[in-house]
Ligand binder design. Structure first.
Ligand SMILES: Nc1ncnc2c1ncn2[C@@H]1O[C@H](COP(=O)(O)OP(=O)(O)OP(=O)(O)O)[C@@H](O)[C@H]1O
Ligand SMILES: [Mg+2]
Length: 271
């Protein structure tokens, strides 16, 4: 398959004044509060914050999947497309084709009841990236190999539970980027993995960024993950971005007291 599309000039993802509220019995939860951020084509933005700071809500709102009762205001653009103006039907074509997603749920985006290969074939066919069923099947080993999987034929025939955590996450990433999306959103993609595999998976994002011009929005509560990914970081607290900039700059010279506390807490913990 040839590269699908020329990457547009300007940001791959642009979020402006995005707010998400969940009405509660007593008071509304302001899960995301006036957040603005952008990710360049081929760039990486790490959303860093403690549990409950709104990272997943922000990520899922970009994907058009906030909670059912969410009240959303603000703007989200993917390249030149105003995502908030799309119908659900139009959005379902964007997910998978133009935005890949690796969810926080530890079982991931893979269907536990189906072998890995057919799941990838299905996404290529659904978005008409492969012209025929056979072309889709033939593309699978190459896609798995690009995700750093050494024995793609074996993995394609496997059920997700038959794979190690690292291989399963590589397969989930291969599925998410099968259609060569402009943006990959990965929510805590390495939390369940040991340090070596974690580093390998984070480096895989780097190679996908340079090979596909893929923009990556990576959600984590882990400073070590942010450092490894590099790029830009936006520090979230209670729904707001309290600090942002290049990861090196923000983590070595935090200007916000919350970031400084995060850095200090992290330094005090043995790895
Ligand atoms: N569907 C929902 N209905 C009501 N409140 C919600 C819903 N989803 C999230 N929240 C609330 O929004 C806030 C942000 O949650 P979110 O899951 O986005 O945080 P997070 O930064 O991803 O946390 P974690 O690191 O634990 O995954 C929390 O107070 C959470 O309880
Ligand atoms: Mg989360």
């Amino acid at each position: 398959m040839t590269p699908r599309a020329q990457r547009p000039a300007g940001p791959a993802l642009s979020v402006e004044a995005l707010s998400v509220r969940y009405p509660g019995r007593d008071a509304a939860v302001h899960a995301v509060d006036s957040v603005s951020l952008s990710v360049a084509p081929g760039g990486a933005l790490v959303l860093l914050g403690e549990s409950g700071s709104g990272k997943t809500t922000l990520a899922r709102t970009v994907l058009g999947l906030p909670g059912r009762n969410a009240r959303v205001t603000g703007h989200v653009h993917l390249g030149g497309t105003d995502l908030r103006a799309l119908t659900e039907r139009e959005f379902s074509r964007v997910r998978g084709l133009r935005i890949g997603y690796v969810p926080q749920d530890p079982t991931g985006s893979l269907d536990p009841l189906r072998r890995v290969g057919p799941q990838i074939t299905e996404v290529l066919r659904r978005h008409r990236v492969a012209a025929t069923r056979r072309a889709a099947r033939e593309a699978v080993p190459g896609l798995l190999t690009s995700a750093g999987i050494p024995d793609p034929e074996h993995v394609a025939r496997s059920f997700p539970h038959e794979l190690s955590g690292g291989l399963r996450q590589r397969a989930a990433i291969a599925l998410a980027v099968a259609c060569e999306p402009e943006l990959l959103i990965a929510d805590e993609p390495t939390t369940a993995l040991d340090a070596l595999v974690r580093a390998q998976i984070l480096d895989l994002f780097g190679s996908l960024r340079s090979r596909l011009g893929l923009a990556v929005l990576l959600v984590t509560h882990d400073l070590a993950v942010a450092r490894r990914v590099g790029g830009q970081v936006a520090v979230m607290r209670a729904g707001r971005v309290v600090e942002s900039g290049t990861t090196d700059q923000v983590l070595s010279r935090p200007s916000h007291s919350f970031t400084a506390e995060l850095v200090a807490a992290r330094t005090g913990v043995r790895r």
